[in-house]
Design a binder for this molecule. Structure first.
Ligand SMILES: [Zn+2]
Length: 59
């Protein structure tokens, strides 16, 4: 089995997605990530992902 290497942004997105699936306080629709979630923890994860993602698309 080959382990796919994820970029930091992809990893951060996975963490955010996992949180939103497991956190009962989150009602985040991952198809609409343009609207930041209201859960503080999810918002922090979202911002972390967004910063990494912006860095990656500039390459
Ligand atoms: Zn949450």
């Amino acid at each position: 089995m080959t382990q796919q290497t994820l970029t930091p942004a992809q990893e951060a997105f996975g963490v955010l997605a996992d949180h939103c699936i497991l956190c009962t306080g989150c009602k985040v629709d991952l198809d609409r990530l343009d609207e930041p979630p209201e859960c503080p923890e999810a918002e922090a994860l979202y911002r972390a992902w967004f910063i990494l993602w912006r860095k990656e698309i500039r390459r």
